[in-house]
Every structure is written in structure tokens, then in C-alpha cells.
Design a protein around this ligand. Structure first.
Ligand SMILES: [Zn+2]
Length: 206
């Protein structure tokens, strides 16, 4: 899939468009927000206290970014950190420790300790004090669309019993086995402790 996207667009926008056509009411939640609400402030500049959005934040502290060559969602492959604390700010210490981390999330660590799995997340904010929920639904839709496209590369294993396929969570022995020609590798996350984030090694599925 990654190679295919070097020569053609992903199907993320296509899938989201199809979803919104089927359920127009979903547009209120899952339509892409205006890029004007995509605001990145300089490191160390905190959000104005008690304000629901960044309207009162200093425009001089907004980072000016060049226009992207290719519009639409971008798929990033790499390390995701998982923890039990919402990330709302960064210090020089955490920034250097998480230098190679693409994003932070709060759910996958519980699964990763039990099952080998591939984590796909939509990125909705910059993990700083300016974070808000504006992009959250759209980010969730992009992650679901990305997952749908990834699944189109897999061949179902006919040996999985109907009983096993219908039970959730699957036990380690019942998990569907990916097609032998399919091999996914990526950096993953492992285990968290109270109030901490930790990152683990590569995860290989296939
Ligand atoms: Zn702000």
C-alpha cells in the first residue's frame, strides 16, 4: 500500500466521501474542518487560559507553514507512543525523548500487551495546550478509511472457523492468520505505567 501511494492517491478521501453520501447527517461531524482551524503555535507558547478555542491566542505565535504539495490526508508510518495521560504540552526533555514518535494515544497499550496488532490512528491535534476537539471526528474517519484500504490488501484465511471469527476478543490461537505473502512491519508501542509514556520496539505481523 505504501508503495502504491507513491504513484497514486490513497483512497481515504474517496471512502469518506462515500460515507457522507450514504449518510448526509454525518457531515455535521465527519466533514473535513476548515484548514483555518488547523493552528500550530510555537513551542512553549501556552493557550490562553479558559478559552474554548484559539481566537484569543497571539497570532504572532502561530507558525507559518508552506502550502502542502499534495492536499488531503497523509499516511505516516512509524512509532506511536501510548500512555494513560493526555499529552497537552511538551518540554525540551519530553521533546527529545519522543523525537521519533509520530503521535500519542491512550488506548492501544492495553491491547499491545495482549495481542500483536497494528495500530492506526488519525491525528487530530498537536498534543499541546491549544488542543481542541475540532478535528477529532474527521481524524477518526481518516483512520477508519485508511484501515479499510489496508484491509483490501489482505486475503481472508479460509481456515478460520466461524466460531472463532465471531468471537471477540480472539484468543492468541484463534486470531486470523494473514496471507503468507502479507507482511507488515512498523514501529510499535508497549506498556505504560501510571502517568508515564513508554515506547517499545518494532512490531511485525505476517
Ligand atoms: Zn490556543
Amino acid at each position: 500500500m505504501r508503495s502504491d501511494h507513491l504513484v497514486s492517491d490513497s483512497k481515504i478521501e474517496e471512502f469518506i466521501s462515500q460515507m457522507l453520501q450514504k449518510g448526509p447527517r454525518l457531515s455535521d461531524y465527519y466533514q473535513q474542518p476548515s484548514t483555518k482551524s488547523d493552528i500550530l503555535c510555537t513551542k512553549g507558547y501556552s493557550h490562553e487560559f479558559n478559552q474554548p478555542n484559539c481566537d484569543r491566542c497571539d497570532r504572532e505565535r502561530v507558525v507559518t507553514r508552506s502550502v502542502r504539495r499534495f492536499p488531503g490526508p497523509e499516511i505516516h508510518y512509524g512509532l506511536i507512543a501510548s500512555g494513560d495521560t493526555v499529552m497537552r504540552s511538551s518540554s525540551s526533555n519530553t521533546a527529545s525523548y519522543f523525537e521519533d514518535v509520530l503521535c500519542f494515544e491512550m488506548e492501544a497499550a492495553g491491547l499491545m500487551t495482549e495481542y500483536s496488532c497494528l495500530v492506526i490512528r488519525g491525528i487530530s491535534d498537536y498534543a499541546d495546550s491549544h488542543k481542541n476537539d475540532k478535528w477529532q471526528c474527521y481524524a477518526a474517519a481518516t483512520a477508519a478509511a485508511c484501515t479499510k484500504e489496508l484491509l483490501s490488501y489482505l486475503q481472508p484465511n479460509e481456515n478460520v472457523s466461524a466460531a472463532a471469527a465471531s468471537s471477540f476478543p480472539l484468543t492468541r490461537d484463534d486470531r486470523p492468520v494473514l496471507n503468507k505473502t502479507s507482511h507488515f512491519s512498523g514501529s510499535g508501542i508497549q506498556h505504560t505505567g501510571a502517568g508515564t509514556f513508554s515506547v517499545g520496539g518494532d512490531v511485525n505481523i505476517g
